[in-house]
Design a protein around this ligand. Sequence first.
Ligand SMILES: Nc1ncnc2c1ncn2[C@@H]1O[C@H](COP(=O)(O)OP(=O)(O)OP(=O)(O)O)[C@@H](O)[C@H]1O
Ligand SMILES: [Mg+2]
Length: 253
Amino acid sequence: MKEAIIVPFINHKGGTGKTTTVSNLASMLATKNKKVLLIDTDAQANLTSYMLGYEFDADDTFNAANLLSGESGEPVNVRKNIDIIPASLDLSMCEVQMQAKVLREQILKNELDKIKAKYDYILIDCPPHLGVMTINAIVAANHVIIPTTAEPFALKGVQAINDLVEQLKPANHNLDKPMIILTRFGRRQVNKLIYDAICETYANNVFKTIEKETVDILNLQAQNQTVESLSDSNPTKENWVALTKEFISKTKA
Ligand SMILES: Nc1ncnc2c1ncn2[C@@H]1O[C@H](COP(=O)(O)OP(=O)(O)OP(=O)(O)O)[C@@H](O)[C@H]1O
Ligand SMILES: [Mg+2]
């Protein structure tokens, strides 16, 4: 039986490219005929707005707060091969309620066990803090990915996530060390210095493909489009083709 590979994208620092990475990877995987479920666990609902439009109201559909409350329902179809369980305003309250539950770190895993046979990948967009939602995503994961910018304090953030994953090992024995994707990578000298420092510390766990900073990403997001809509000769498209290939190979069981 098919079982989805479950991958949360985690960084408690805000604006490190979590949502950008999840959305564009999903779109590229979909073009390769992979069935992808997105879960927006961030109350900011950026992924939801990006994939479904700013007018979309998740309160009217089955959403992440419903999922985490143990209700069943159908994810929303975005387009061919991509479904999403959107974030709703209730998600913040849901997170507070989860804190009080017995085995609170297992809630998401238990729910995903019921639906993972329908997908090739389940990508989870996490909020920018290491709370109960992120802990649930780590416990449910086959692989953890840390999107990080190559800026001062990046190493400290990556270390904190590594420590958290290590602490959660008893709840998810088979989980490897997190993998790191460098995002919003520009020409600044500091980017190169921090990149070298990250590679020195985390060596094989760093993606060789780096997400380059480009206005293409901003333009696409402004139009609710993702990188698969760029022409094949566009360097940003080439960048994401390479990233997707590496993602598929690195997340193979
Ligand atoms: N490769 C890129 N080139 C240019 N801009 C980018 C790139 N990747 C992300 N950005 C921009 O950086 C900002 C932060 O990206 P994004 O929202 O994906 O981060 P995030 O980690 O999900 O943030 P949050 O922690 O708030 O959820 C956005 O404005 C996005 O448009
Ligand atoms: Mg985000």
